[in-house]
Design a protein around this ligand. Structure first.
Ligand SMILES: [Zn+2]
Length: 257
């Protein structure tokens, strides 16, 4: 074989090997990227929600929709968050769950209205999920556990990626440190909004009583383990604030119908 041609072929092979090696490298992991731009996060979140809302039945109860939005607005206004940055979606399913998605989308299931014994309990859960959004836990978790390449593919309409993210966010717990941070932030947000934050502890105690039953609908139970221990530190923190709060809604049972 011609010597020049042989060298050229070797050169091509080396270039191809380098290209394939570069493609194998997970650059996001290598540079420990934990965050993406707000714009990209919004695109990812909007894409996920757009695909979810096609299949999910939305709650049509004006009272319930107004309730979740009023809690969101109270939390946002008293803590100086842009109210438009959090979008609450009330999905009409008997599931005891709520979860935050990228781009400020917060999914709340109507099953929570039945399970919560007071308005403050649901407000506590919402405060906790809003903290996951405000503290940028959602995207950090997804980049670490699902991978940024999957998230980026979602903006190009990757249906499998959307499914994987919804499944992950609705059923896999955050790590303990982030969970505690969200619990404590929820107390802070609700206190600023003059809503009794003890509701979150009460709800955790309710979950603890259900341990062992674990029906499929218990999403928040599986994503928020160690409820007894958490109820304890939440109560301790709320007691240390030592404040009287007005009732958030004294006609809570009317929301259950
Ligand atoms: Zn959480």
């Amino acid at each position: 074989m011609n010597k020049v041609l042989f060298r050229f072929l070797i050169f091509i092979l080396v270039v191809m090997a380098i290209i394939s090696a570069i493609r194998e490298v997970n650059w996001f992991k290598l540079f420990q990227i934990e965050e993406v731009s707000l714009d990209l996060e919004k695109k990812i979140g909007d894409e996920i929600w757009n695909s979810m809302k096609i299949t999910e039945p939305m709650d049509s109860s004006v009272a319930r929709i107004e309730f979740v939005n009023s809690v969101k607005n109270k939390i946002c206004l008293s803590n100086h968050f842009d109210t438009a940055s959090i979008k609450v979606h009330l999905v009409n399913r008997d599931i005891i769950n709520a979860f935050a998605m990228p781009g400020g989308h917060l999914v709340v299931y109507t099953g929570l209205f039945k399970k919560c014994k007071s308005a403050e309990q649901l407000a506590g859960i919402m405060g906790h999920e809003i903290a996951h959004i405000q503290e940028k836990h959602v995207t950090k978790k997804l980049i670490k556990e699902v991978g940024l390449s999957v998230l980026v593919a979602i903006t190009g309409g990757n249906v499998e990626g959307v499914k994987a993210v919804i499944e992950h966010l609705s059923s896999v717990a955050y790590d303990r440190k982030l969970e505690k941070e969200a619990d404590l932030k929820s107390i802070e947000y609700l206190d600023a909004a003059n809503i009794n934050p003890v509701g979150l502890a009460e709800f955790m105690e309710e979950l603890d009583k259900m341990d062992g039953e674990l029906p499929e609908e218990l999403g928040w139970f599986s994503t928020h383990p160690e409820s007894k221990e958490r109820a304890k530190y939440i109560r301790t923190k709320v007691n240390s604030i030592n404040k009287k709060y007005p009732p958030l809604n004294s006609n809570w049972d009317s929301f259950k119908n």
